[in-house]
Design a protein around this ligand. Structure first.
Ligand code: AGP
Length: 615
């Protein structure tokens, strides 16, 4: 996590650094800092807490800000050391000639620290980053060259990093390095930019160089040099950036999360376009690179993901097993990497990740790549590390998602999985669900309108949110294909309101969780007309008999059963198979309005970060 930014040119660096950091706040926000270089001086300003605190500090330093045209900045998500000002980046060496910002984790920092202490380095913070500052400075002592110092230092570092370093004796450059943490260099006219992610620089340039792992770069205002892991100069590959600046505006919504929830209709239209032509046509997935013959050889599917993406994967299991008849396992990436997993050339591995930068999923994918399995990556970021590891890259094209809580990317992942499941089934010529598939395609085409209709009538959800906002605990229950909806609904509520919410398969309630039920424990039950409807209804009866307050999210409730529920949210009717894509919108809104009513920081919940780049 953490976000880094750098600027070198003729403009006021502090403005560009602060604006860039504001677009990286989703990566972490427990402290921030910048270093400004003017002449042969470097001034460092840091503040604990959110970026606004650093902006306040800078208001009193306008003289330095005005004259500084080079700088580096950082927004932190603490891993080593508390989120204090002293631990905030940038960090320096003993003589303060070198200043550095870092994203990632230095795994051998203890070992390096001992060596550096023995050489007389004095450490001020508890961070692993300060070790890198001293280490590079130490190498500078031997070479008098910042590029060479960085090249030598990174060879001694184990772990993940994206570095930006400046040195008082080389005031015309920023030296950068990358391994297993994202870093992009924005290419400008007589100015250049460095950032962890595109939103930080998109308003200044649409041209960029993505640094690859093990590369080191020298960024000056009118040139960029990139060196490979053998320290050889390589030619620059300039790419066009995919995002418009408009994507990072709230467009009148109070929060990005609400805006992103409302974008879901269009997100679905976008994914379906060109892939689902008509209910009678087969799904077109040009980006899926396996032939019919190869698909027929697939013996198992393994889905690897984390958090919300994992929940999308759980829905994927239901539909891949149903429509493609391939046994499918779903596992959190963080567990997958510490097991002897069985995957071979007849295994299709699907990695799902909004950001494409989740460290656990990247490690799992790298691990499985050695087994010759076909790797399909479902991601919102075609410019990400994971995308670069893909054999088949399935872009969800949801547009940039700013709010830390994933919403539109989840629905986009779901729709991609529906398309993939049908596609695999069609390639295998499985005919048993032919009519159901035609119906599902019809429903998919109508889905954006249904969701938009739902989003126009949210008064009931707002009222229920207010009524339940004072509860400290929540249970979400569902069965079948909506079991993942219960998990995702609970995760959303937890993430942004800090209410303790847990999702259970409704049938599991009686095997333990029922012990917690009383009038202080609201139970939200998801009921869709389908094979598990009656079963979930019985589970609701069991909950009600224990005085739990019952909220139903349902597409139908018989008049005789209505009294069972304290509150009901009725949703548009779709097939049981497609219902997770509708139910989740209600659960997102409920979580949003509860958090909003409680006055929480919806877009940037405490302790979280949008892309979790540490294992
Ligand atoms: C979603 O609301 C969460 N912030 C989190 O669970 C997230 O889904 C998880 O960290 C995985 O991220 P990814 O999709 O970018 O890999």
């Amino acid at each position: 996590m953490c976000g880094i930014i750098g600027y070198i040119g003729d403009k006021k660096a502090s403005d560009i650094l602060i604006s860039g950091l504001s677009h990286l706040e989703y990566r972490g926000y427990d402290s921030a800092g910048i270093a400004l270089m003017h002449g042969k001086d470097i001034d460092i300003y840091k503040a604990e807490g959110k970026l606004v605190n650093l902006i306040e500090v800078l208001k009193t330093k306008q003289d330095v800000c005005e004259k500084s045209k080079i700088g580096i900045g950082h927004i932190r998500w603490a891993t080593h050391g508390l989120p204090t000002t002293i631990n905030a980046h940038p960090h320096t060496c003993n003589c303060k000639n070198l200043t550095l910002v870092h994203n990632g984790i230095i795994e051998n920092y203890q070992e390096l620290k001992e060596e550096l202490l023995a050489k007389g380095c004095i450490f001020k913070s508890q961070t692993d980053t300060e070790v890198a500052a001293h280490l590079i400075a130490n190498e500078y002592g031997k070479t008098n060259n910042l590029l060479k110092a960085m090249q030598n230092a990174v060879k001694k570092i184990k772990g993940a990093f994206a570095f930006c370093a400046i040195h008082k004796k080389e005031p015309d450059r920023i030296v950068v390095a990358k391994r297993n943490a994202p870093l992009v260099i924005g290419v400008g006219q007589n100015e250049n930019f460095i950032a962890s992610d595109i939103p930080a620089i998109i308003e200044y340039t649409k041209k960029a160089i993505y640094l690859s792992d093990h590369q080191v770069g020298v960024v000056k205002k009118d040139s960029i040099e990139i060196y490979d892991e053998n320290d050889s100069l390589i030619s620059n590959k300039i790419e066009l950036l995919p995002f418009e600046a408009i994507a990072i505006s709230k467009m009148g919504y109070k929060h990005f999360m609400l805006k992103e929830i409302h974008e879901q209709g269009d997100v679905i239209r976008n994914i379906l376009s060109g892939k689902l032509i008509s209910p009678k046509d087969s799904i077109v997935l040009e980006d899926f690179k396996l032939t019919k013959e190869q698909i027929n050889k697939i013996k198992r599917v393994q889905i690897i993901a984390c958090g919300t993406s994992l929940h999308a994967g759980l829905v994927g299991k239901y539909i891949i097993e149903k429509f493609a008849k391939i046994p499918t396992d779903v596992e959190p990436s963080s567990e997958y990497i510490y097991r002897d997993t069985i995957a071979d050339e007849n295994t299709l591995v699907i990695g799902i990740s909004q950001s494409g930068e989740t460290a656990d999923t990247i490690s799992a994918i790298k691990q499985v790549k050695e087994n010759n399995s076909h790797i399909a990556i479902i991601t919102n970021r075609t410019d990400s590390t994971m995308a670069r590891l893909a054999d088949s890259l399935l872009a969800i094209n949801a547009g940039i998602e700013v709010s830390v809580a994933a919403t539109k990317s989840y629905i986009a992942q779901l729709i991609s999985l529906y398309l993939l499941a049908i596609f695999l089934g069609e390639a295998k010529e499985i005919s048993c669900y032919k009519d159901e598939i035609i119906n599902l395609k019809q429903e998919l085409i109508k889905l954006p309108n249904k969701i938009e209709e739902l989003l126009e009538h949210t008064e009931n959800i707002k009222t229920i949110a207010k009524k339940y906002s004072s509860f400290k605990d929540f249970i979400f229950i569902a069965r079948g294909i909506n079991y993942p909806s219960a998990l995702e609904g609970a995760l959303k509520l937890k993430e942004i309101s800090y209410i303790n919410a847990t999702g259970y398969g409704a049938g599991e309630l009686k095997h333990g969780p029922i012990a917690m039920l009383d009038s202080d424990m609201p139970v939200l039950a998801i009921l869709n007309t389908g094979i598990v409807y009656d079963k979930v209804l019985s589970n609701c009866e069991e909950a009600k008999a224990r005085q739990a307050r019952l909220i139903g999210v349902a597409d139908y409730i018989a008049p005789k059963d209505k009294d069972l529920f304290d509150d009901l949210i009725m949703i548009p009717k779709v097939s049981d198979t497609l219902s997770p894509a509708v139910n989740i919108v209600v659960l997102q809104l409920l979580a949003y309005y509860i958090a909003e009513y409680l006055g929480k920081d919806v877009d940037q919940p405490r302790n979280l970060a949008k892309s979790v780049t540490v294992e």
